[in-house]
Design a binder for this molecule. Structure first.
Ligand code: UD2
Ligand code: MN
Length: 264
């Protein structure tokens, strides 16, 4: 019988794409450092199977991990992400597959929460997974000892970012990157579906987690992240109410405030 694979990360990894600080202004520069050919070479070098699947050889993967990235109009980030992440995930002793959940239909606002829900449903229907990684596409770990694996309760992994001096933004912050088992995802009932536009879905997700499974937030220097610098996306403006419908129970009545503009 094969031994269980172990993680073999050695330390901090260069983010070659630090230069991506200039990405927004120098698109062509980015394509020089990370050309499609580089990505092709990556799949040979690291034996990544079609679909972005990696299975370690000679040992039994410690976990089967689905990495899920919500995306719309972030192809540049995707390329950087793949280029950066495949080599890192290789060292984790896991079987993994990277899924990109893309929201098409450009007329509507971006909906990160619903995208995750739709993607997770598909992914769970297609295979057996020990762990779901729910990550922004622009978050790059700075150390390969970061753990893209699950524990019994959800872990908030990606919250220490260069952008915010590696400080937790606020206690109830749940954006960035979560690792959780499919069981936990189902138990917390996933994300809310109705947050169109920027923000709010992560806070609601956090509330659900707190009230059901609880969570763990590793405070390690291994989980420092660089967020690729980006502008605020079009069609992702912050919505006024941050909910299409706000229902509030007041002492003498239930207040229903609906912002139907975004109620798609
Ligand atoms: C923060 C949170 C993020 C989420 C968001 C509010 C961090 C590190 N992240 O991200 O988890 O809670 O606030 O919704 O604090 N995306 C696209 N196309 C778009 C818009 C978004 O692909 O047009 C995806 C992409 O994966 C991106 C993620 O959604 O990384 C979060 O959106 P963002 O990066 O624009 O927002 P940001 O950095 O404020
Ligand atoms: Mn971002």
């Amino acid at each position: 019988e094969q031994p269980v694979c172990h993680a073999s990360g050695t330390g901090r990894v260069p983010i070659k794409l630090n230069i991506t600080n200039e990405v927004i202004f120098l698109n062509s520069f980015l394509s020089i450092i990370c050309k499609p050919q580089d990505l092709e070479r990556l799949s040979e070098t690291y034996s990544i199977a079609t679909g972005g699947i990696f299975t370690p050889h000679g040992c039994t993967p410690s976990q089967r991990v689905a990495v899920i990235l919500p995306m719309r109009n972030r192809e540049e980030h995707l390329r950087i992400y793949l280029y950066h992440m495949h080599p890192i995930l290789q060292t984790h002793g896991i079987m993994y597959q990277i899924f990109v959940a893309e929201q098409i239909h450009d007329e509507s606002l971006f909906n990160r929460g619903k995208l995750f829900n739709v993607a997770v449903e598909q992914i769970l229907n297609r295979g057996v997974w020990d762990c779901l990684i729910l990550s922004d596409i622009d978050l790059l770990p700075e150390d390969n000892r970061v753990t893209y694996t699950c524990r019994d309760i959800p872990q908030h992994l990606g919250y220490k970012m260069n952008k915010f001096s590696y400080k937790l933004l606020y206690e109830m912050f749940f954006g960035g990157l979560m690792a959780m088992t499919p069981k936990s995802y189902v138990k917390v009932n996933g994300f809310p579906n109705h947050y169109w536009g920027w923000g709010g879905e992560d806070d609601e997700f956090g509330k659900r987690i707190i009230s059901t499974t609880g969570f763990h937030r590793p405070n390690s220097e291994f989980n420092h992240f660089t967020m690729i610098k980006h502008r605020h996306d079009e069609k992702n403006w912050r919505i006024g109410y941050r909910k299409s419908v706000v229902i509030e129970e007041k002492p003498l009545f239930t207040h229903i405030v609906a912002d139907l503009k975004y109620d798609k």
